[in-house]
Design a binder for this molecule. Structure first.
Ligand SMILES: Nc1ncnc2c1ncn2[C@@H]1O[C@H](COP(=O)(O)OP(=O)(O)OP(=O)(O)O)[C@@H](O)[C@H]1O
Ligand SMILES: [Mg+2]
Length: 387
């Protein structure tokens, strides 16, 4: 978009929320530029909905301000803010047909001739032929699109979406992610989307803010967050990371050499977010898909200059596009390696001795003072049935 209009910017300054002695959102500064697709990503209870509700005016901040464009809306009631919210429970009117559900906002404002606008909106969400059905006659994904159309017809500057795809099954979620992205591109307004699903956030958003315990830990474009996590929480929560405890050996120019599990690893200095005095501790990170796996018998074929760690395969899961290996190594237990399913080495089975190796450029370094397990998904027994 080539507009200098900033009326759809969302600017939070020192916004915070406490409930008694509990802080749900710590003072937060955040700017969401007009027209962007912004995702707030984080685990349950980290303060996503509270943040969204403060933008909508549904929750009064304990401190700080909310600006939409240049307008300070902190004290405005929800209906006076140029903002609409789509919730997980679509909250459609069951007795009205789809057309009237979408027309609702216009009729409430006393607009008589709604047909053209409603038709356009139904076209946008590709539900034209369902106009005269009732909500219960539509699928979950279709109902969700009605909810989006019903919000967009009010021409909000900002659309807030709180886990809008939460009720859909996995395949439909994936479809709707692309669909929402298309709609956002077409209408060009600011979307702020709340989700605990990292794939969903990365698929849709231009910018993702990773929240943890009421704070934004890191904010950036999906690929940047993924490749350059600055905390163990982000490294573990966004995808999977291998984090290896290592000790600084030498620092020379562009590279830091570290000792781990009896071997040495090299890390580009510019990718290290930790102090690097000799003897100091660093967490060496590498993503599972960056690692190649070679049977120990062929270790001689590995080119020089690669980081290498030896180990033994503890587990191998064939999942079609790739095989996911778990390797125990003196450098670390349960290292994860994803190998694309191109030419499978049939010797790579549990018990096999292997060498893990990767380009040092793909290594990142984190401050070892952090919890190495932060952000690792915990499997809660009662959540066993959730997709
Ligand atoms: N009215 C309230 N009174 C007291 N505590 C509250 C209230 N509303 C929310 N909280 C607490 O504030 C924290 C943040 O809640 P919030 O609803 O923002 O989380 P969330 O990130 O949206 O989580 P989820 O993914 O489960 O929806 C939680 O610990 C929650 O228990
Ligand atoms: Mg929530």
């Amino acid at each position: 978009m080539t507009t200098t209009d900033n009326s759809g910017d969302v600017r939070l300054r020192g916004i915070r929320k406490t409930y008694g002695s509990f802080t749900a959102v710590h003072p937060l500064d955040l700017t969401v530029p007009q027209g962007s697709f912004f995702a707030l990503l984080g685990a349950s209870g980290c303060g996503k909905t509270t943040t969204l509700r403060m933008i909508a005016g549904l929750e009064e901040p304990t401190g700080g301000t909310v600006h939409l464009g240049d307008q300070d809306v902190t004290r405005l009631p929800p209906f006076k803010r140029p903002v609409n919210t789509v919730f997980q429970s679509y909250a459609l009117f069951p007795h009205l047909d789809i057309f009237e559900n979408v027309a609702f906002g216009l009729r409430r404002r006393g607009i008589k001739s709604v047909k053209k606008q409603v038709d356009e909106m139904l076209e946008l969400v590709q539900l034209g032929e369902h106009a005269r059905k009732k909500p219960h006659q539509l699928s979950g994904g279709q109902q969700q699109r009605v909810a989006v159309a019903r919000a967009l017809i009010n021409h909000p500057k900002v659309l807030l979406l709180d886990e809008p795809l939460g009720a859909l099954d996995l395949k439909l979620r994936r479809q709707m992610q692309l669909e929402l992205k298309r709609i956002q591109t077409e209408v060009g307004i600011t979307f702020v989307h709340v989700t605990h699903d990292q794939e969903e956030a990365m698929t849709m958003a231009d910018t993702v803010a990773v929240m943890n315990a009421g704070r934004v830990e890191q904010l950036g474009a999906p690929a940047d967050l993924y490749e350059n996590p600055r905390t163990t929480f982000v490294a573990n929560f966004l995808g999977t990371s291998n984090l290896i405890e290592a000790e600084v050996d030498t620092t020379s120019g562009d590279a830091i050499v570290l000792r781990a599990g009896g071997g040495k690893l090299s890390l580009p200095s510019r990718r290290c977010g930790a102090p690097t005095a000799a003897g100091g501790k660093v967490l060496v990170g590498v993503r599972p898909e960056k690692i190649s796996l070679t049977h120990a018998d062929d270790a001689g074929t590995i080119p020089d200059g690669r980081n290498r760690v030896s180990g033994r395969i503890a587990d191998a899961s064939f999942i079609g596009v790739s095989t996911q290996y778990v390797v125990d190594s003196p450098a670390g237990a349960a290292l994860q390696v994803y190998v694309q399913n191109v030419d499978r080495d049939t010797r790579l089975v549990p018990g096999a001795e292997v060498v893990l190796h990767w380009n040092p450029a793909h290594t990142f370094g984190l401050d070892a003072a952090q919890d190495i397990q932060a952000g690792v998904e915990k499997v809660e027994p009662h959540e066993g049935v959730v997709a």
